[in-house]
Ligand binder design. Sequence first.
Ligand code: SF4
Length: 326
Amino acid sequence: MKKPLSLYIHIPFCERRCGYCDFVSCTATQNIDAYLERLRAEICAFDFGAYQVKTIYIGGGTPSLLTPEQLASLFNCLPTCAGEVTIEANPNSLTRVKCAAYRRLGINRLSIGVQSFDNNTLRDLGRLHDVKQAVDAIKLAREYFDNVSIDLIKDIPGHTFVTPPADILAIIQHISIYSLTKDDHCVLDTDEAVNLPRDFVRYEVSNYARQGYESKHNLVYWTGGEYIGFGAGAHSLLNNQRFCNSGDIMSYHRETPITRTPVEIREEQIMLGLRLNSGVSLALLKNKDDELKMLSEHGLIKITPTHVIATAEGLKVLNQLWLRLV
Ligand code: SF4
């Protein structure tokens, strides 16, 4: 039987670099064709024979900078995928022609980098679009796709989080809200209020979805599934080995794989489980009765017969929870 696998493909080109961004990306768009050639060669060299590809995620950078022809050349060398196929798009580079091309290529989910519904915040973040362009892009995307996600940022110094307007909330299915903190291993959530309609379930610390629209690709990352990343800076987890490509965009190479130890696997499972509303299996927390009791008494976790789930307060101190439970 074929093993399930997810694919991540990194397109590291942007019209302009945003000051807060630490993704692998550059503005040398004249190199896109040469990069795609390298990317295609990398994908073609991988033997997909033993795998059934469940999800594909084309991220960046700004994948919506690619022309339909450039994107089609990439899809020519991808294996078929009957599941979720996502592309990230920025509001100012998403067009009707591109939306139509995405559908023809089998893309069925769009993730739009809105970041804020406040023009001053967008300007201070260095974004190239304004709120009107973001709203127009979301409405355009919904004409072509019934699964549209938006990315937002909160905890921006000097700015207050602005909830998406009601007409936008009514037509999107998924929202990712990332905190503008430098170190992802410290505090993952803060006090800045996010008030979304109740049908957006917070299924992961930074992700909200209507029922059935949780990101299947990201859930593979968060539940320990296998994935292969192609392109500069892309990460992979395959055969219990983690490996990544280097971040030098035009000459990236695969770095040495690291095999995970049982201790590392357990620690990862606890951290990832704490981020999810499904929680951490109690089977991973043997001999932690005292810690569980203390964290529960402080209202930081909820204990079910099978799992431990971080509460809203617990999500603000995830790293502390993790340190107590590993
Ligand atoms: S557009 Fe996105 S990937 Fe590009 S620099 Fe800005 S935040 Fe980073």
